[in-house]
Design a binder for this molecule. Structure first.
Ligand SMILES: *Cc1c(COP(=O)(O)O)cnc(C)c1O
Length: 799
């Protein structure tokens, strides 16, 4: 039976198709099928329904000669695909019915899918939300990334400490992808550059093949799908047969082993670069494969390179693919015979760059020695770009791409981009004033803002069915494609019946979390307590330390007055630390040690509980965020570029306790200052405070609560004190992220949260207004902004 592509299939049709795939694709009879077999059969059934719109979309883009958007990213933190595809294809309730006809539990099937965790955190998740919005908006686009065999490591806790184990999502068939053996490109490294008849000829010393693996990304409504094309590395020669025949079997497989390492692992660090040759090779591998593919498609359709910028817009997600500038110039010059000036001009009108961080340790730099050795031709071109920029701008000597023996990838990306964008209003201002102040002065029109967003399909409609039902019943379903429609909910913010339902939806989500994940950890979480959630990568600037110190101080205060009027609270943490980031790992250890002590305390047990479920990922976020009352967005002002977790919480009706950092600023403007718990220094004040010698010690001495919290750790009340000497020493003597300076303001804001939560109707009203005013934070709005201001791309209507 062929699936019907024009109307939504019935439950019976879906059931038949699932049975067909179980038998003919999985080779299993129903009586022998495992959950895994069924899940694959269901996935193939759903995939069948994606393929029609996908092929049509690709055909429409080609036939109409449409401009295409290419999103280059080292990370795509996709999560599970099946549930999202079912939602976007409008397969509910038919799919649920089909599965019950087969005697299957839909949730069990959905939960069987491993997360595609090809990213570390926010940057990779942004790329995934963008892919979904691009499809939902009919914008012809490709995402390009690496098909890592091992995604982000799995996290376990042993004695409260993080232990990493490899992730192996490809240890089983990945039903969503199509391997394209005819889309393969050779990627060179090392070697030397000759000059032949005045032209440069690069003779790579090593090379590998990049092979395309395509996954369709279906948009909301199911009539458009774009392609996520991930590159896997293959050896140019599979086996050195002469060595094999000579009996040297291990050496014979060397070329294969060398190539495979390129797409083996995701670098498990989202802020600092390891400086490893392999990382540079991975970045070039992705970038070169993508650009060769883009040029091949462009030339097949258009031929005339002069119109490249009219038909192609390339977005670099951070500096990781910044080698795209020199690589595109190299391809245009060395393979297509253009001169440097013309190649550079075309490249600059085609490329754009998104900056994601101001943290100095996260700005990529490579030594000229390494760049020259791994990519000798690119090192030459980088010098040509730098020299040309110096000449044409008359810039001061301290500005440029190559400084001493370092290549600065941020400067390279900026100089080669038509547009450079920040990811929140505040961040964009800081980009102009700090990292790129000099380049901004030379190119005052280049930097623009595009505040991040998240897709409401995954983060509301899929993750929060209880709230979705209430919203559909109250204002209809139009909000799914047009999130601004949520503002119609504001009219119901004073309607006691509506607030009751809203409260009921949140409470149901909390009860499910409490009986599921939290019960599994042995944490007693009363669904009527505040669920206070901080989930994100563990990093000093995100200040999980501030949160756990507040928990200790609160615990101590409750002990002083156990019969006081306390608001019961469950603090939930989630997140991974980079394996080499030992201070962050010591914060994880501390949170777990504090949880062990506090959770077992009979005096405070019903008032304060701490849960830290291990292995935070997209799927866990989908369970935690809809159950949150309070969203912790407490980074040191000036350090979080945007945040996207903050947006997911807001649209799910959690109130934010937060600093004026990243997109928090805009969230507060939208939801209203009276519906947001603000505390802490501003970015400007924080910079001034940091410059004052002795700021940490002075702030701690002035704060009784903070002093006691640190003292209790130092006394060994939570595990061995020695485990925390380094953390304590840094907090007393250095504290670059100003935990101490913001502590009292944070503690006071938390007590304001307690009081507000005690007024249930008042809290529910604030939650309703947060949801109603969160429409701006849809990634559809963000993508429309990129299309209008950066890509000059328009939606395509399939024939
Ligand atoms: C949204 C998301 C992030 C980003 O969270 P921030 O709070 O913005 O840092 C990280 N990881 C996962 C799994 C997410 O879903």
């Amino acid at each position: 039976m062929r699936p019907d592509l024009t109307t939504t299939p019935t439950a019976a049709a879906l059931r038949d198709q699932i049975l067909h795939h179980l038998t003919h694709t999985q080779g299993r009879g129903p009586e022998f099928a495992t959950v895994f077999d069924w899940r694959l059969a269901v996935s193939y059934t759903v995939r069948d329904l994606m393929v029609g719109p996908w092929v049509q979309a690709i055909r429409a883009a080609r036939d109409q000669g449409a401009k295409r958007v290419y999103y280059l990213s080292m990370e795509f933190l996709i999560g599970r695909i099946l549930g999202d595809a079912i939602i976007n294809l409008n397969l509910e309730p038919a799919m649920g019915e089909a599965l019950s006809l087969l005697g299957l539990d839909e949730q069990v099937i959905l939960d069987d899918e491993p997360d595609a965790a090809l990213g570390n955190g926010g940057l990779g998740r942004l790329a995934a939300c963008f892919m979904e919005s691009l499809s939902s908006l009919n914008c012809p686009a490709f995402g390009y990334g690496i098909r890592y065999e091992h995604g982000l490591f799995r996290q376990r806790f042993e004695g409260g400490q993080q232990v990493e184990t490899p992730e192996d999502w490809l240890n089983q068939p990945h039903p969503w992808e199509f391997v394209r053996i005819n889309y393969s490109y050779e990627i060179g490294f090392k070697g030397h550059v000759d000059t032949v008849d005045g032209r440069a000829v690069w003779h790579p010393g090593e090379s590998v093949i990049a092979r395309a693996y395509d996954t369709p990304v279906i948009g909301w409504g199911g009539d458009w799908a774009n392609t996520l094309r991930l590159w896997g590395a293959l050896p140019t020669t599979l086996l050195d047969l002469s060595r094999f025949n000579a009996g040297d079997h291990t050496a014979a497989a060397e070329p294969e082993a060398l190539a495979r390492t390129l797409s083996r692992v995701l670098y498990p660090d989202d802020t600092t670069e390891s400086g490893k040759e392999l990382r540079l090779k991975q970045e070039y591998f992705l970038t070169s494969a993508a650009l060769q593919d883009i040029l091949a498609r462009f030339l097949a359709e258009h031929g005339d390179l002069e119109i490249l910028p009219e038909k192609v817009a390339i977005q670099l997600n951070d500096t990781h693919p910044a080698i795209a500038g020199p690589e595109l110039i190299r391809l245009l010059m060395d393979q297509h015979g253009l001169g440097f000036e013309r190649a550079q001009d075309l490249a600059r009108r085609t490329l754009n760059y998104t900056n994601h961080t101001l943290l100095p340790e996260a700005l990529e730099r490579w030594s000229t020695w390494l760049m020259g050795r791994v990519l000798p031709r690119h090192m030459q071109i980088i010098q040509m770009i730098d020299e040309d920029h110096r000449r044409t701008t008359n810039r001061p000597a301290h500005i440029g791409i190559v400084h001493g023996d370092q290549v600065h990838m941020g400067e390279l990306a900026f100089i080669m981009a038509g547009r450079v964008n920040g990811v929140s209003a505040l961040h964009t201002d800081l980009v102009k004033d700090t990292v790129f102040a000099d380049l901004h002065r030379l190119h005052p029109d280049r930097i623009v803002n595009q505040t991040n967003g998240v897709t409401p399909r995954r983060w509301l409609r899929m993750a929060n069915p209880a709230l979705t039902r209430l919203m559909d019943d109250t204002i209809g379903t139009g909000w799914t494609a047009d999130l601004d429609q949520l503002k119609e909910l504001a009219a119901h913010a004073d309607d006691a019946g509506f607030l009751q339902h809203l409260h009921g939806a949140k409470r149901a989500n909390k009860a499910a979390l409490s009986n599921g994940l939290l019960a599994g950890l042995g944490v007693r979480a009363d669904p009527d307590a505040i669920f206070d959630v901080q989930v994100k990568r563990i990093h000093e600037y995100k200040r999980q330390l501030l949160n756990v110190l507040e928990a200790i101080a609160l615990w101590h205060r409750i002990h002083e007055d156990p019969n006081g009027d306390w608001t019961p609270r469950v603090k939930i943490f989630g997140g991974k630390a980079a394996p080499g980031y030992w201070l962050a790992k010591s914060v994880i250890h501390l949170i777990n040690d504090v949880a062990t002590t506090i959770n077992a305390d009979p005096v405070t047990r019903d008032l304060l509980q701490i849960a830290y479920p291990p292995n935070y990922n997209v799927s866990m976020a989908e369970d935690l965020i809809p159950a949150a009352d309070l969203s912790e967005q407490i980074s040191t002002a000036g350090k979080e570029a945007s945040g996207t977790g903050n947006m997911k919480f807001t649209m799910n009706g959690a109130l934010t306790i937060g600093t004026l950092d990243g997109a928090n600023v805009e969230i507060r403007e939208h939801v209203g200052a009276e519906n947001f718990f603000l505390f802490g220094l501003t970015a400007e004040e924080a910079a001034a405070e940091r410059a004052r010698p002795g700021h940490a010690r002075r702030a701690i001495e002035a704060s009784e609560d903070m002093k006691i919290a640190l003292q209790l750790i130092a006394e060994g009340r939570f595990g061995r004190a020695e485990s925390y000497y380094a953390l304590l020493d840094r907090t007393w003597n250095d504290d670059p992220f100003l935990v101490a300076s913001d502590f009292d303001a944070y503690f006071a804001a938390q007590r304001a949260v307690d009081r507000a939560y005690a007024d249930q109707a008042g809290w529910d009203r604030m939650a309703a207004l947060n949801i109603a005013r969160s429409g701006f934070f849809s990634s559809d709005r963000t993508i429309r902004g990129y299309m209008r201001d950066i890509w000059h791309a328009v939606p395509v209507v399939p024939a």
